[in-house]
Design a protein around this ligand. Sequence first.
Ligand SMILES: O=C(O)C(=O)[C@@H](O)CO
Ligand code: MG
Length: 253
Amino acid sequence: MKLSANLGFLWADRPLPDAINAAKAAGYDAVECHWPYDTPASETLAALRETDLTMLGLNTPRGNVEIGENGLAALPGREAEARAAIDEALAYARATVTGAVHVMAGNCSGPRARTAFVENLGYACKEAARDGITILIEPLNHYNAPGYFLNSTGQAADIIREIGQANLRIMFDCYHVQIMEGEVSRRLENLLPLVGHIQIASVPDRGVPDHGELDYGYLLPRIAAMGWERPIGVEYLPAGSAETEISWMARYR
Ligand SMILES: O=C(O)C(=O)[C@@H](O)CO
Ligand SMILES: [Mg+2]
């Protein structure tokens, strides 16, 4: 089982190149991040080359976070900003040889939001396809992301099927799926052809994935048995330092 350190949460207090080095030292096979835009892409790329790690994914900018914005792609009337955010994310991904961009929908609901999301995703897929980049959409739970447009895997699957682009996939975060829908292993197996990335954390506390209501001792071997070979994103909130918490990894290797 290969694991990817999500540097949006792990070593998040360090500059991104230092966090990439920490992930390497801790034994992770890959990295992924949330919003890397304060770090010049050249510095991120240098750290990736030095450590021989790949950046699996990054998120589009969220808009005005001070007023609670959490993405722009499903906001009717904000298409120009949404596409600028997609362009910025894709440029950073190209410059750092990152494989996927998570297009963040934002806080909205209703048919006009869905239309905006579908159209902006169509744009993102076409722009990304030129460089072989995958576009991800991630259903988020309503405790961490109240009002977020995308909150179920069924909704994500419908949108992906409607758009019909081969590079559009679900970011299946087991933490969010368990909170919103349950039946994580069956749901993942059914959706597997549409899944582009998998993430894990304990539920409900979003801690180290070795306790709580989801049994990763069962789930991770089950995911491997489904034929999943790519690194799984470890996206938990460290209670202390991520270095002192890595002993859980040995269990899943
Ligand atoms: O919150 C999550 O889960 C993520 O994966 C983020 O990329 C979205 O904020
Ligand atoms: Mg996630």
